[in-house]
Design a protein around this ligand. Structure first.
Ligand SMILES: [Zn+2]
Length: 474
């Protein structure tokens, strides 16, 4: 016993005597795409110490710190980690969505998956149990090795109406109940307030009335929180702007946006936080074209793949409507979705052209929308809608960081967290090249990429990475 005690004392002494060494890594000979929209900088180096970027500049000016680990990444490209401003986490097992799957283990599996796809931060919009806020608080005290959480806690859903996660989100009926819910969420320390204003293409008899949404937004502002709304209709978007909304979680999808809306958004600095184009696309496809693409298959469970390839799903997309277990109404998810996708793309283009502030968000997490994978799809759809790849990268990085109000992420500059995505091929030349993931860093921690891991099974059981990637630009 005595010897053991002495040994422990010696270890403690040594720990005090040896000063903590700074951990420094240099990513050398890379092209830096800094996320601000600035031109890519070839022949660059990034120095990160203890999880932060401490220097970025031309290789010719690099002074390698003593003791640094130097990685020669000749030919590779580095962009900031992707930020997805609209997700839900811990919702699914295979293709079944249920409150019971929102466990710390399942949430962590999702956050690791986002990280594997190069998504280093996520904004969860309104379906979080309280433990997610605890996880977020832990992350903010440390150097995380999975995607950073920004959380709207539990969002506001009108009783009998659309939205939320059954079993987690408590529906409200009156303006007073709305204010109370906002106060409760604010007391828990949420980053945003989320509300749903929709009747799912008039299939649900109840929609949140203006008196309730106005009270929720007003109360959010009193608590110094911004409010973001799920919308579908142009008229609701305008009404919510009059009530003071700060951002929209989906595109207007019932009709073309008009100058009145665009001018209102610009005048009041209302953001299109997440156009969720990839969400609309996922629902418009009877057969998803990526079902044999390893970039996709490695991120889903075998059970998910079987369900997605089944005739049942194909029939549901073509025929609709589909009844979802746990929902008190018949949800016509696949009704007229191709028209919805086209409308969303056209309205996204109109907002970008008008100069409305746009982030990048997918609404991934629920059934048919895939954590991490959808972020790459979303950027591809932004480019399909007319943006340059450089702008799509900006929307997913520095613009989203501005929306989140976090000055420490979203671009590559000294002083920021080293949340980085290293790519084999140039994403500015072709946005599909964001899939050529070499490595991912969160707070300087190298985390397993989707080419090194698979969801819920050993890596050996997964489709290998093709030599020539991407081979399927859809
Ligand atoms: Zn959502």
């Amino acid at each position: 016993m005595r010897g053991l005690k002495l040994g422990a004392g010696l270890v403690a002494l040594l720990a005090i005597a040896v000063p903590a060494m700074a951990e420094t890594t240099v990513l050398n000979n890379v092209t830096v795409i800094d996320g601000t929209g600035a031109a890519p900088q070839p022949n660059s180096a990034i120095v990160m110490t203890d999880g932060k970027i401490v220097w970025v500049g031309p290789v010719s000016a690099l002074k390698t710190p003593a003791g640094a680990t130097v990685k020669d990444l000749s030919g590779k490209f580095v962009m900031p980690g992707i930020i997805d401003s609209h997700v839900h986490i811990g919702m699914m097992h295979d293709v079944t969505q249920d409150e019971k799957y929102e466990t710390p283990e399942n949430v962590q599996a999702d956050l690791k998956q986002y990280a594997a796809y190069g998504v280093t931060s996520v904004q969860v919009l309104g379906t979080d149990k309280d433990f997610v806020l605890d996880m977020r608080n832990q992350q903010r005290k440390s150097r995380p090795s999975m995607a950073r959480i920004f959380s709207a806690g539990q969002g506001s859903v009108i009783k009998g109406g659309y939205g939320g996660l059954v079993g987690v989100t408590n529906p409200i009926s009156t303006p007073e109940e709305g204010r109370k819910l906002v106060d409760e969420q604010a007391a828990k320390g949420v980053d945003f307030i989320k509300l749903w204003v929709d009747d799912e293409r008039k299939t649900i008899p109840v929609k949140m009335p203006p008196a309730v949404s106005a009270a929720i937004i007003d109360e959010a502002h009193k608590k110094n929180l911004r409010a973001v709304a799920h919308i579908f209709y142009l008229a609701d978007a305008k009404e919510l702007i009059r009530e003071g909304i700060n951002g929209f979680a989906h595109m207007v999808r019932d009709q073309p946006v008009d100058d009145e809306l665009l001018n209102m958004m610009k005048a009041k600095n209302v953001w299109m936080v997440s156009a969720t184009l990839s969400r609309e696309m996922a629902y418009s496809l009877a057969i998803m074209p990526w079902l044999n693409d390893p970039f996709f298959t490695r991120g889903v469970t075998p059970g998910t793949l079987i369900a997605l390839k089944s005739m049942d799903r194909e029939k549901a997309v073509v025929m609709g409507p589909t009844r979802f277990p746990g929902l008190p109404y018949e949800k016509k998810v696949f009704f007229d979705m191709d028209r919805t996708l086209i409308q969303a793309l056209e309205n996204y283009q109109a907002m970008v052209n008008a100069g409305v502030e746009t982030g990048m968000g997918t609404d991934s997490g629920p059934n048919g929308r895939f954590p991490g994978f959808n972020a790459h799809e979303e950027m591809q759809l932004e480019v399909a809608a007319g943006r340059s790849p450089l702008d799509a990268i900006k929307s997913a990085t520095s613009d989203n960081a501005r929306w989140l109000g976090d000055n420490n992420i979203g671009s590559i500059a000294a002083g920021k967290w080293a949340d980085l995505l290293v790519l084999d091929k140039d994403p500015v030349a072709d946005i599909h090249n964001t899939e050529t993931i070499d490595s991912v860093y969160i707070a300087g921690n190298s985390v397993p990429t989707i080419w090194q891991t698979c969801r819920d099974r050993p890596e050996s059981q997964c489709q290998p990475r093709p030599a020539d990637l991407p081979d399927m630009p859809y």
